[in-house]
Design a protein around this ligand. Structure first.
Ligand code: PXP
Length: 264
């Protein structure tokens, strides 16, 4: 981990698996991508086990868990099936002092990608019980929510059962909605006062990341996938990861507005 900046980059390797599943082949292997991302400086490897298994497969999880050198952050829906898999795969293990993480997300059958944050405020009992079950296995838990005060307050209220982080949904910002940068900055300030660690993700790219890092310095972790893997096709994974790391650790660096030109 870089000591000059407290910010971390979680590299989501789902779309390496998307390419593999397109042909039901054994390659490209998301585990290989995870190791290369870590060699390029990633602080964490993130993946999303979806109900339809369109990219990451169940058997990828233990392989990733045993291979990554950093931490594994698995995004999944708040269902009995998914939580059972997480409890069996990511729980504390003898000889491994790492605490892997689950990020609970909303999932709608048929969606192309995650469409919104988890409604924590509207289903407090279900989310609370799920968090408690994961925490019991020694799994750290984050909640992926929209940048709304009611959701942040509800998530903070679950810190007693094991929530120690929230991830703000940046999808609307990434879609170009003007007011979203200010909304995210306000939500980040509010979350900072809640005592929870703060992450952000969805739709972030080397174009839209620098303004967010500057506007919301309290965001300590970014989980970024699609744009990294897409850019890696042209620039290589190492370049794609390193450029984003530089942006989150030194927001005025390459890729920032006014900084040196971007590769792609
Ligand atoms: N964070 C969460 C909670 C997600 O569900 C996803 C998508 O799996 C991401 C981050 C990464 O989004 P993207 O692939 O658009 O960078």
């Amino acid at each position: 981990m870089n000591t000059a900046s407290p910010r971390r980059l979680g590299v989501n390797i789902d779309h390496v698996a998307t390419l593999r599943q397109a042909r039901r082949e054994r390659y490209p292997d998301p585990v290989a991508a995870a190791l290369l991302a870590e060699l390029a400086g990633a602080d964490q490897i993130t993946c999303h086990l979806r109900g339809d298994r369109r990219h990451i497969q169940d058997e990828d999880l233990p392989r990733l868990r045993d291979s990554v050198q950093t931490l594994l952050n698995v995004e999944l829906a708040c269902t009995e099936e998914m939580v059972g898999i997480a409890r069996r795969t990511l729980g504390a293990r003898p000889g491994d002092r790492r605490r892997h993480r689950v990020t609970l997300v909303a999932e709608r059958p048929g969606e192309v990608t995650t469409e919104g944050g988890l409604d924590v405020a509207g289903q407090l009992d279900l989310v609370g019980a799920t968090v408690a079950g994961l925490a019991e296995q020694g799994i750290a838990v984050s909640l992926f929510i929209d940048p709304e005060p009611a959701q942040i307050a509800a998530a903070a209220g679950l810190s007693a059962v094991g929530v120690d982080m929230i991830e703000l949904n940046t999808a609307r910002y990434a879609e170009g909605h003007d007011a979203e940068l200010a909304r995210l900055a306000q939500a980040a300030a509010l979350a900072g006062r809640s005592g929870l660690e703060l992450a952000a993700g969805h739709g972030l790219t080397h174009h839209n990341l620098p303004p967010l890092v500057q506007a919301a310095p309290g965001i300590l972790e970014y989980n970024i996938g699609h744009s990294i893997i897409a850019r890696a096709v042209f620039c290589g994974l190492e370049v794609a990861v390193r450029d984003l790391l530089q942006m989150i650790r030194a927001p005025g660096g390459p890729g920032a507005p006014g900084g040196p030109s971007r590769l792609a």
